[in-house]
Design a protein around this ligand. Structure first.
Ligand code: ATP
Length: 249
């Protein structure tokens, strides 16, 4: 890691870049993951690098959906492994939910590296290493998944997903929870529950809600899910962003 002084005003952001860049050199993050991260950073800047109330509301409903699910799965890609592996493991244990490696640029080497990275953290079940099913409607290796995992999951949490795959998962009848800082992306627009927040803040916040909602009745969790209006929340986020930008004019 290069030496970044703690006093630097962009310390956290620079440290995150270092983490992603190191993970790319290790073969965990694909080079296009750096571009995706940069796009995310730009939107995070516009949001004020904070969890806005609309994101927190989505995180609460996401926690409810994960708790009410029969077979919840958290999808792991390179950037997620690099940035929030411990947080994803902790969230998966709190629900409980399975973890599945699901890569856009899939190679056996990268799958193996991510799997080793997680197994070194002592997790028991990790799907996606030996895929035995395909997400319908997707070409190439992007479609590969595991029967016991994403293929039969009723609720899938896809932090940083690509739009086609998000749409294909929704098309399979699943509840898809997406974390995407860009409220305009195809992923954000097509998911069932869109969390417009940085994955670094979002995953721990979903877990906080999981612990709080566990103390409530399942009927209350189901009520939260039923009353969720994703497009309305995205509309409110666009208003938040435009007000924030207007206030600077
Ligand atoms: P889509 O196919 O959904 O239209 P895209 O092609 O714009 O998306 P991708 O490159 O597939 O996007 O994925 C990157 C997405 O992930 C971007 O929308 C970016 O804003 C978001 N993103 C990147 N880093 C983070 C992060 N740390 N937290 C949350 N979102 C992030």
């Amino acid at each position: 890691m290069s030496q970044i002084p703690k006093s630097h005003p962009r310390y956290q952001s620079l440290m995150t870049r270092e983490t992603i860049s190191k993970a790319m050199k290790q073969g965990i993050v694909h080079e296009t993951g750096l571009i995706a991260h940069g796009r995310g950073e730009a939107f995070d800047y516009l949001l004020g690098e904070t969890t806005i109330p609309q994101a927190d509301a989505a995180e609460k409903v996401a926690a409810a959906a994960l708790l009410c699910a029969k077979n919840p799965v958290i999808s792991i890609n390179g950037n997620v492994a690099a940035l929030v592996s411990d947080e994803c493991i902790s969230l998966s244990e709190s629900i409980p939910a399975a973890l599945e490696i699901n890569l856009f640029h899939r190679t056996s080497t990268r799958v193996r590296k991510i799997a080793t990275f997680f197994h070194n953290k002592d997790i028991k079940t990790l799907y996606g290493i030996h895929p035995d099913a395909r997400i319908p409607g997707l070409d190439s290796d992007r479609a590969l998944c595991e029967q016991k995992g994403i293929f039969t999951a009723d609720v899938v949490l896809v932090p940083l997903e690509d739009g086609d795959r998000c749409q294909a998962l929704v098309g399979m009848g699943k509840t898809v929870i997406a974390i995407d800082l860009n409220p305009l992306s195809r992923t954000a627009q097509s998911a069932t529950i869109t969390i417009v927040d940085n994955v670094i803040r979002a995953i721990p916040q979903i877990e906080r809600w999981v612990h709080k909602l566990k103390k409530t009745k399942q009927s209350e969790q189901e009520r939260l899910i039923r009353s969720w209006e994703n497009s309305k929340n995205l509309e409110n986020i666009m208003c938040f962003l435009s007000k924030r930008l207007n206030s600077l004019c």
